[in-house]
Design a binder for this molecule. Structure first.
Ligand code: MLT
Length: 458
């Protein structure tokens, strides 16, 4: 017998023969000990009953960029309640919704109050009344022929560009520009397509395409073969654009490498130069290798309303492990109709109004206002001695931080000395270090005041 088990028995029998009181005390002591052991065992057993988490989330860097900025700004504002902060950080619009959108939504709300006009669940893909206007206005005039079942209306390009990776293999290799809109990277980290982040801030198993002043912020083609290539033009965050020639090269590259381009065109409405494509589908052959994300958020002030869409041409195919071709459109339709119940009727009526003659004029005026802001910011920064990029065809101005400051150092400096909020370039990726982004979506008086404060600093 195990000597550890024998010892208490021996002690008990010797106590038994000596005194009854000692025996009672000993039994009481054993009972407490047993209870303790039992409790510990139960506690230990609890762990295996807990659900395992998706450990890929633990690879993510602390917080998503914009909430982190919000946290720092809140802390500053609480400590300095008398200071007026100007926000040119997150690309959120400030002009109110235009009249035709509001009128259309009011009418749609009235429809909903009648039995004939009431709408319950709509088609997950979006109402035909909106999709046909999208096709007629956003694509036909550019010579692009899109079918009604190639458009999927959604509640935002952030969600679309984040969710799309779900329909691809978990071992698909992604290529992203650096700097990049963080959603593309973070959602792939969550899905387990990457390794840990290295000391340089880059995740293993992602192909990064650096965009710096030295290459005019135009990424080189990856040498390692990607499966999915995220491109955003006009670019967030650098505000740069891709020429027709460059996009033609990208389409050829994707074809040659059997890759799919995920083209984010959320800022196409801000293009001023007529030679710059608004859609990747303006490039011949793009339908076989690309899908496109579009949004009403920045174009028509829908950041709070939520309406966007993806175009997935029928020609676009992926493949199974055994090499059979599968329609990406069909896969996304399955995913979208399983996980999404459609954008509200009232919101889609508002989006439809963006394509009325009056709506188009109003939206154009709003875009003009923001682009005038962009021009003022560029000019003001240049006068104050800053080197700037972007901002001619996009609502973002990308600037080099002064005096070798890191992006976050410059963020804190600007917040503390001038009460201006921008976005640190390094928040968009390691190659964004030493750069900073200002958004042109602010109110005109705020932009003017911000420039005054910046000039006073230099
Ligand atoms: C940005 O500031 O980069 C954008 O507002 C983020 C977004 O559209 O989700």
């Amino acid at each position: 017998m195990n000597p550890m088990k024998q010892a208490p028995r021996k002690l008990l029998s010797s106590l038994c023969s000596k005194c009854l009181c000692g025996k009672k005390i000993f039994l009481f002591f054993i009972m407490i000990l047993n209870n303790l052991v039992l409790e510990t065992k139960l506690q230990r057993k609890k762990t295996p009953f807990m659900a395992n988490i998706n450990e890929n989330y633990l690879k993510l860097k602390a917080g998503y960029l914009f909430p982190e900025i919000g946290r720092r700004v809140r802390a500053y504002s609480e400590a300095n309640p008398d200071k007026r902060i100007i926000r040119l950080g997150i690309g959120d619009v400030t002009l109110p919704l235009s009249k035709s959108i509001v009128e259309a939504m009011k009418k749609a709300a009235d429809d909903m109050s009648t039995s004939q006009g009431f709408h319950g669940y709509g088609p997950e893909q979006g109402y035909d009344f909106l999709i046909s206007k999208i096709i007629e206005n956003d694509f036909k005039p550019r010579g692009v022929d899109i079918g009604i079942d190639e458009v999927f209306v959604s509640d935002g390009s952030k969600c679309d560009s984040g969710n799309i990776q779900e329909i691809f293999s978990t071992d698909a290799k992604i290529a992203v520009t650096d700097p990049v809109y963080p959603v593309y990277v973070d959602t792939n980290v969550m899905a387990g397509r990457t390794g840990e982040a290295g000391e340089d801030g880059r995740y293993k198993n992602i192909i990064y395409m650096p965009c710096k002043a030295e290459n005019n912020f135009q990424p080189d083609f990856p040498t390692e073969k990607p499966d999915l290539i995220y491109l955003c033009y006009p670019n967030n965050p650098t505000g740069m654009v891709a020429t027709k020639e460059r996009l033609t090269e990208w389409v050829a590259y994707a074809k040659k490498n059997d890759a799919i381009i995920l083209f984010d065109a959320a800022y196409e409405a801000f293009i001023q130069d007529d030679s710059i494509p608004h859609s990747i589908f303006e490039i011949p052959g793009a339908k076989e290798v690309a899908m496109e994300f579009r949004s009403f958020s920045k174009t028509a002030g829908f950041t709070g309303l939520r309406c966007a869409y993806i175009v997935i041409p029928k020609e676009l195919k992926g493949k199974t492990k055994s090499g059979e071709a599968v329609s990406i459109n069909t896969l996304w339709n399955r995913r979208h109709s399983t996980k999404f119940n459609g954008v509200s009727y009232v919101t889609q009526k508002g989006a439809e109004a963006c394509f009325s003659e009056e709506g188009k004029k109003e939206i154009k005026a709003n875009v003009k206002y923001y682009m005038e802001n962009a021009a003022m910011i560029q000019k003001g920064l240049n006068e104050a001695g800053f080197e700037t990029f972007g901002g001619n065809n996009a609502p973002y101005i990308w600037l080099r931080t002064p005096k070798g400051k890191t992006s976050w150092e410059f963020f804190d400096f600007l917040l503390q000395k001038a009460q201006i909020v921008g976005t640190p370039g390094s928040g968009f990726g390691p190659a964004g270090e030493g750069y900073f982004r200002l958004s042109a979506f602010g109110k005109r008086e705020d932009v003017e005041e911000a420039l005054k404060r910046i000039k006073a600093l230099s």
